[in-house]
Design a protein around this ligand. Structure first.
Ligand code: FAD
Ligand code: SF4
Length: 519
């Protein structure tokens, strides 16, 4: 068991490892002298509660931290571990760093770049001289991204992604051209799930003694946070995370390419990897994942659309959103292109809505702290965009509810990709869609109280009128967008009474949200 007892020996280097940095190769742990240096890990209330994080997310991080501390100790490293319920715990990361620097009379403090601007800033402002290390878990450093972005008014993920393909030499022919003759097979990633295709059942991990102790701690301290705790089944060690990954390689990846965008009732995971939380906290290694995927393709175990599609998410989107975050923070956080001011509807915290698609996506998020990308983008995200929700409120919701949510990855995805609140810096158009998209990509509409074929009646799918209402109310900002030309042509072709009816129905729905009603 990880002890909380204090090594009162003086230390040379004090290396603080944060809860999302649980990686043996972490830059700040390089050149560690096991005899004279100390690694510090701290469970603090400020990080666990600055938004009401899902209880499973807190459990994951604390349990993985405790397992990591044990693994370091087993390697002979001196570890100082501060538990949440330690009576001397100051409650904040800077507070604990200050306390331990003084107690161990550390000669130098070492820290790898944070995943959250707020925390990094508070550490930079806390009056301690910290030696910062570049986070080498990513393919693209902050500095490299910044020089790539320099002079560009708008960024495009596709061009960044090609750079990363070249840099990593993944899926490249000998002459540097992309395998398969194209950089991107996105159009082959959009199939709906046929009735006869079944997703593999998710691999579940049983809680060991450390995890059980953490689950009890979380239960006691975070019972007011939204989300179920009892369904926790996620890996908390490097070995178990590797098992989850290999399970995906064997059973999920081949179909990932085809059904990446599909959604299905009571199928929270489909052919998705479920590895984002493990990857983000350091239990998996990005380069190894990509190499495994490339090898599976070369061994003819998976088709190219699966290999390219998966690698694109990892070295394209994931690195790209991180680059944008560090380039644009802190101003990025206050982006609000459409001037939204509507509060987040209460049903986001309960799933209590008659819209079946939303109820499914929110329900599984509360149950598993997980939703796959299209549910986040085209259901909960799309609704927030159409309904004009305040960007900071929807960002805080995503940050709280998902096990994999850390500021650097959650915020650009939500504020930029979903809400278009950054004015189109990250993405070229808002991903707005009516119920027709949801009907095409899922079976949700079959069991919904609303009719997806209707737009203006009382029982019409809310997404339909809200979609047109959104386009009408922001026409001045969006009409000139080249990627929305066809959409506005369709709107212009619509008879005036139809436009008016859509507007009225949209107004009614928004007024109901303002009155605190669910629908
Ligand atoms: P898979 O679908 O199997 O994809 C494989 C991996 O690709 C993921 O594990 C992830 O590491 C990476 N990936 C895919 N898309 C993205 C993306 N857009 N940005 C970054 N990485 C990506 N992902 C997070 O890790 N943390 C977040 O807080 C987060 N917030 C999001 C918020 C919104 C509004 C949206 C639309 C997306 C968000 N994503 C976030 C991206 C994506 O939804 C999750 O990475 C994915 O659903 C995780 O599940 P998976 O491991 O099964 O992924
Ligand atoms: Fe969602 Fe509309 Fe379909 Fe209902 S009818 S499931 S609200 S898209």
């Amino acid at each position: 068991m990880v002890g909380t007892g204090c090594h009162m020996n003086k230390t040379q280097r004090l290396c603080l490892v944060l809860g999302d940095q649980l990686c043996f190769d972490l830059a700040s742990l390089q050149a560690l002298d096991a005899e004279h240096d100390t690694v510090l890990l701290v469970e603090v209330m400020e990080e666990a509660s600055h938004v009401p994080h899902h209880p499973q997310k807190i459990a994951l991080i604390f349990s993985a931290m405790r397992h990591f501390a044990e693994a370091l100790q087993a390697r002979g490293v001196r570890v100082q571990y501060v538990r949440l319920d330690d009576p001397h715990n100051s409650g904040s990361v800077p507070g604990e760093l200050r306390r331990w620097q003084s107690r161990l009379q550390a000669q130098s403090l070492h820290l790898t770049e944070c995943g959250d601007w707020r925390l990094e800033q508070s550490l930079k402002d806390c009056g301690l001289a910290i030696e910062w290390h570049v986070d080498s878990r990513f393919l693209c450093t902050r500095a490299e991204f910044s020089s790539w972005a320099e002079g560009k008014k708008q960024l495009r993920m596709e061009y960044f992604y090609r750079e990363m393909r070249r840099k990593s030499a993944l899926l490249l022919n000998g002459d540097g051209s992309p395998v398969g003759g194209a950089w991107n097979f996105d159009t082959e990633n959009r199939k709906a799930l046929p009735n006869n295709v079944r997703a593999p059942s998710p691999l579940r991990f049983t809680a060991d003694a450390i995890t059980q102790e953490v689950l009890a701690l979380v239960e006691t301290n975070f019972s007011s946070h939204y989300g179920e705790l009892g369904t926790f089944d996620y890996p908390v060690t490097h070995a178990d995370a590797q098992a989850l990954w290999e399970y995906f390689l064997d059973w999920g990846l081949a179909a990932f390419g085809d059904y990446q965008d599909a959604m299905a009732s009571d199928e929270p995971f489909l052919f998705h990897a479920r590895i984002s939380a493990a990857l983000n906290i350091g239990l998996l290694d990005l380069r190894q994942l990509c190499n495994d995927v490339e090898s599976a393709y070369q061994a003819h175990r998976i088709p190219l659309n699966a290999a390219e599609g998966f690698i694109r998410q990892l070295i394209g989107w994931r690195e790209y959103v991180r680059g944008v975050y560090w380039l644009k923070m802190p101003d990025y956080a206050s982006g609000n292109l459409f001037g939204n001011s509507r509060p987040l509807p209460g049903f986001y915290w309960t799933g209590d809505t008659k819209m079946n698609c939303m109820s499914q996506a929110i329900g599984q998020s509360l149950k598993h702290a997980y939703a796959h990308h299209i549910q986040r983008l085209m259901l909960t995200g799309n609704f927030a965009l159409l309904a004009g929700i305040t960007p900071t409120q929807i960002c805080d919701w995503y940050l709280a509810i998902y096990m994999d949510a850390f500021d650097w990855v959650e915020m650009p995805n939500t504020l930029g990709m979903v809400m278009h609140a950054d004015g189109g810096y990250l993405g070229s158009k808002p991903y707005c869609a009516s119920g027709q998209y949801i009907k095409r990509m899922s079976d949700y509409c079959r069991n919904c109280a609303y009719k997806v074929s209707e737009s203006t009646t009382d029982d019409a799918c809310p997404f339909n009128s809200l979609y047109w209402h959104f386009l009408m109310r922001h026409a001045d900002l969006l009409r000139s967008n080249q990627r929305l030309v066809m959409v506005y042509k369709n709107l212009d072709r619509m008879a005036e009474p139809k436009q008016q009816a859509l507007w009225d129905r949209g107004q009614t729905l928004l007024a109901r949200l303002d009155a605190g009603e669910s629908f």
